[in-house]
Write a protein of this length. Structure first.
Length: 371
């Protein structure tokens, strides 16, 4: 059978997509995936169609893991798992697999941290160690001397707060306890020292790939023989680790695209380089917000995220007008999360700097026209 693809040359026009997730992906990756859609490297099949037990797929998942290990410099005593259920499912997996003493500390810096904290309460005693709820989560609390007790199994953080736009610039002092971190919205945005964590995990649909997969990097000694009673087989990390994430059918296509993003990141120069690019990109927007009379960032300067930038005009009608006109001009998904209002620009790895520069130009023009 012969398929001519693409059937004809067609111009595709793309928007600047500031979505918090699912979010923008590198165009190079999308193009490659399109080219391989009908026939992945001579297999005569799409990756969507092939067995997860086939040799060709085995190479895809193994290469993805190897490239991720290289990018993040993951030590050998950490397992890399590709899981389903989203980050939200993982909120339960953490206590199910880690609450031996049935007690853990949570730092509540936003909605995702709060959801994880509330989920943990189902399984044991979750203690709120600190919170920034008093100022609508616009800062990261001082974590140098938290009320961590000896009987806590771990300390949990959400490292980059997608909704509120804050990020930990230094990790909390966990007083020797294992650190568990949700990095969904800052995954691969800059280098990390994996050895400082017991568990690093994130949903890939923010900064890595399409929805459908959570990547968890777990120190081997933290994968228990026994979980809390009643833990489903699928949610036991041991099940997943013993089967190299192939206990059942994994999210095959998502992992394949993630693998392509890892290769793209390597080609871009790795995570040091991404950090440099992301800092440059975020500075364009933050510098404008600091100089604008109309638009204001909502986060204290020292805790600003490189990935998610919330801002407001202070006038809800004007916010709505801005979002509407921005959308018409090709800058989409700028509406803030329903819990904060205003606007939010998510400027993940795959957002080119031109996208941010053009957005700022548009904001300047809007400010002049509406002054
Ligand atoms: C989006 C997000 C989540 C929830 O992810 P799901 O995969 O939809 O469950 C959790 N944590 C953070 C930091 C997020 O940004």
């Amino acid at each position: 059978m012969k398929i001519y693809f693409p059937k004809e040359e067609k111009e595709v026009s793309r928007v600047y997509n500031f979505s918090a997730g699912p979010a923008v992906l590198p165009e190079e990756v999308l193009k490659e995936a399109a080219e391989e859609m009908f026939d992945y490297q001579g297999s005569g099949q799409s990756v969507m169609e092939m067995s997860h037990r086939s040799k060709v797929y085995d190479k895809i998942i193994k290469d993805a893991e190897a490239d991720l290990r290289e990018l993040m410099n993951i030590p050998d005593n950490y397992k890399v798992l590709f899981l389903q259920g989203g980050a939200s499912q993982f909120f339960a997996e953490v206590p199910m697999n880690m609450m031996k003493n049935k007690k853990a500390g949570y730092i509540v810096t936003g909605q995702w941290a709060k959801k994880a904290y509330q989920e943990a309460k189902i399984y044991g005693e979750a203690v709120e160690l600190a919170s920034s709820a008093d100022k609508t989560f616009s800062y990261i609390p001082d974590c140098s001397d938290l009320p961590i007790t000896d009987d806590m199994d771990y300390v949990y953080i959400c490292e980059n707060n997608t909704i509120y736009g804050t990020k930990y610039k230094t990790l909390p002092n966990t007083k020797g306890k294992v650190l568990v971190s949700d990095v969904s919205s800052c995954f691969l945005s800059e280098p990390v020292d994996v050895t400082k964590y017991g568990v690093i995990y994130g949903g890939v649909q923010k900064n890595v790939g399409p929805a459908g997969c959570v990547i968890a990097i777990i120190r081997e000694d933290l994968i228990p023989e026994e979980c809390l009673p009643g833990t489903p087989t699928m949610l036991k990390w041991k099940t997943q680790a013993d089967n190299d994430s192939l206990y059942n059918t994994p999210p095959c296509y998502t992992i394949y695209i993630c693998g392509k993003v890892f290769k793209w990141l390597k080609k871009m120069g790795g995570l040091e380089k991404m950090k440099e690019l992301n800092e440059k990109k975020a500075k364009v927007l933050y510098d404008f917000l600091d100089s604008s009379k109309m638009f204001k960032g909502t986060v204290v300067k020292e805790d600003r995220s490189l990935m998610n930038v919330p801002f407001v005009t202070g006038n809800e009608e004007l916010d709505a007008k801005f979002v509407k006109e921005a959308t018409a001009a090709g800058f989409v998904n700028l509406k803030g999360h329903r819990s904060v209002g205003g606007m939010r620009a998510s400027i993940y790895n795959a957002m080119p700097i031109e996208g941010v520069e053009k957005l700022v130009e548009f904001m300047k023009k809007f400010e002049e026209e509406n002054a």
